[in-house]
Design a protein around this ligand. Structure first.
Ligand code: SF4
Ligand code: SF4
Length: 527
């Protein structure tokens, strides 16, 4: 239950110092006090809340549920949707944002150095440079002070993986302005709610949503970063002192009074500006002159709702998805070892424990296969390396996906399966875990959302003429190359990590191949 202040307040200031959450705020313009309902928890440990105890004129009362509706004219200003095509948007993908998302998701250990507050350091370019992060005491402060070690330890342990979504949303807004380190942008809760899919959550009240949004925004804006960057090409080396990754310049609260005179929080808006890192990593003008970087990627809106929906049950999958967002580039070669994926999803300690403590690998393996299925269901289909990650050690859900829907075809499948040395119903080989440690994924087949072409392009830069793209693979070329290698359609499908029907369809020219699939076929069939 939250509390509110009635009109008979005599401004004695007795209550404000008593609030452990800093929920009682003074309104300098109206010279009064108000309670921030996103911070007030009603002092659940006490029979009488601290502020009520301190008030001599009974001004503090529980805020009653909202009755009736009066439309406020003070609603936060509407701003354009960043997902203009309804699916994706460009976002600043510099190492600062990647690393911020990474440690929010993975919670790696933070370090100390002498009396310095706790920090997280990430070497760059083989240790020639470094990113160093700390937390600010107050994200709304104009001159942020780093948090003391004890408070940092608690704050790091309470990191919410969903705050990574706010970093990504801010990073998407940052590319909509020319000089993001100078220009502010304003977001309101309605936009954040929509991007995160919270507008569909009927189980949360408006206040629950506002409290969550504000907490995630504050977590993102309390991050301070200092940079040492080595010279790269024509871009000179540079060092930046500690500054917020995102400056939270202002938070506006919008209230609506109900028919009983209670004021209810109905909206929030945040004025934000990118830190000075953007001058070096998101600088259109200097990028053209080749003296700064302009690093951006494509952010699918579906990723934000996936993080919000699966972070509790499939935290490992969410960590992998956030990592892959920065790692995957369309058409590139993305070979990844399973050991690397496990480290990213569950951390070095858990992987080491699973490889050294007898019996512990089984649970980790089960979680990994389930998380991989979550990623696949989301739309990123793993392409298993046929040499190191063959069918018999692949997750059961991969093999079960090959069972045809048609009854006759399914019968043929099972007859065929029984003749295989490793049938679908056989238990996994005893050395599955050891083999997985050396297994690889060739990449991920990207979903339509991740492939969607974004209109935004980096500013043009003078470049040497690039090598011409190879000729598109035709259905005939693929079939001829397969026959040259004496592969059956099934054998090729297994090598590609695809289904037999997929190979049959491309040989019949039923659909055109993505650039990534062409690359995979060229590698597998040496075309
Ligand atoms: S009820 Fe407790 S948390 Fe809420 S304003 Fe009063 S002292 Fe602060
Ligand atoms: S203690 Fe009561 S009268 Fe004094 S400032 Fe707080 S609400 Fe107002």
């Amino acid at each position: 239950m939250t509390y509110t202040i009635k009109n008979n307040c005599i401004l004695c200031d007795s209550c404000q110092p008593q609030c452990p959450n800093g929920a009682i705020k003074s309104d300098t313009e109206q010279e009064g006090y108000w309670i921030d309902p996103t911070l007030c928890d009603g002092c659940p440990d006490l029979a009488v809340p601290r502020c009520v105890e301190a008030c001599s004129v009974d001004s503090l009362i529980p805020l009653q549920p909202k009755k009736g509706r009066r439309k406020s004219s003070l609603l936060p200003p509407a701003i354009p949707n960043i997902f203009l095509n309804g699916k994706t948007t460009p976002f600043a993908s510099s190492m600062v944002i990647w690393e911020a998302c990474n440690f929010l998701a993975q919670r790696p250990p933070w370090q100390t150095e002498g009396d310095n507050p706790l920090f997280y350091a990430r070497p760059v370019h083989r240790g020639r440079g470094e990113l160093r992060f700390r937390l600010a005491m107050d994200p709304e402060s104009k001159s942020p002070i780093p948090m003391p070690p004890d408070e940092t330890t608690i704050a790091v342990a309470q990191f919410d993986i969903r705050a990574a979504c706010i970093h990504l949303i801010f990073a998407a807004y940052a590319v909509t302005v020319d000089c993001p380190w100078e220009q502010e942008f304003v977001l309101n809760d309605q936009h954040i709610e929509k991007y995160l899919g919270l507008d569909k959550r009927k189980d949360l009240t408006k206040l629950d949503k506002l409290t969550l949004i504000k907490s995630l925004v504050h977590q993102s804006c309390q991050l301070l970063v200092a940079l040492d960057w080595p010279r790269q090409g024509k871009v000179n080396a540079f060092s930046l002192g500690e500054q917020p990754v995102w400056h939270l310049i202002d938070t506006q609260y919008y209230f609506e009074e109900d028919s009983q005179g209670y004021r209810h929080l109905i909206g929030l808006s945040f004025t934000v500006k990118a830190g000075v890192w953007a001058r070096h990593f998101l600088n259109k003008q200097d990028y053209r002159n080749q003296t700064a970087f302009y690093q951006y990627g494509t952010l699918p809106q579906s990723l934000l709702s996936e993080v919000m929906g699966s972070w509790q049950q499939h935290e490992g999958a969410i960590r992998l998805l956030l990592w892959l967002l920065f790692k995957l580039r369309l058409g590139g070669d993305h070979r990844l070892t399973i050991r690397t994926l496990l480290r990213i999803a569950y951390g070095e300690t858990k992987v080491a424990e699973a490889t050294t403590v007898r019996g512990t690998h089984k649970r980790l393996l089960k979680t990994f296969e389930s998380d991989l299925e979550t990623i696949c269901n989301y739309g990123l289909r793993p392409l298993f390396d046929p040499d190191t990650y063959p069918s018999e050690i692949q997750p059961l859900w991969v093999r079960a996906a090959h069972i045809p829907d048609d009854v006759d075809a399914a019968l043929d499948f099972w007859i065929d399966d029984a003749k295989q040395s490793q049938s679908l119903t056989d238990s996994a080989p005893k050395d599955k875990w050891q083999r997985l440690m050396n297994a690889r994924i060739l990449g991920f087949e990207l979903s339509e959302h991740w492939q969607h072409t974004v209109r935004h392009r980096a500013p043009k830069r003078r470049q040497a003429p690039s090598a011409p793209r190879p000729e598109r693979l035709s259905a005939g070329m693929i079939k001829a190359a397969r026959q040259r290698h004496n592969f059956t359609q099934r054998a090729l499908a297994e090598r590609l990590g695809k289904s037999q029907s997929w190979v049959r369809d491309i040989e019949n020219g039923r659909f055109s191949l993505s650039y990534h699939d062409q690359l995979l076929l060229r590698q597998t069939l040496t075309i």
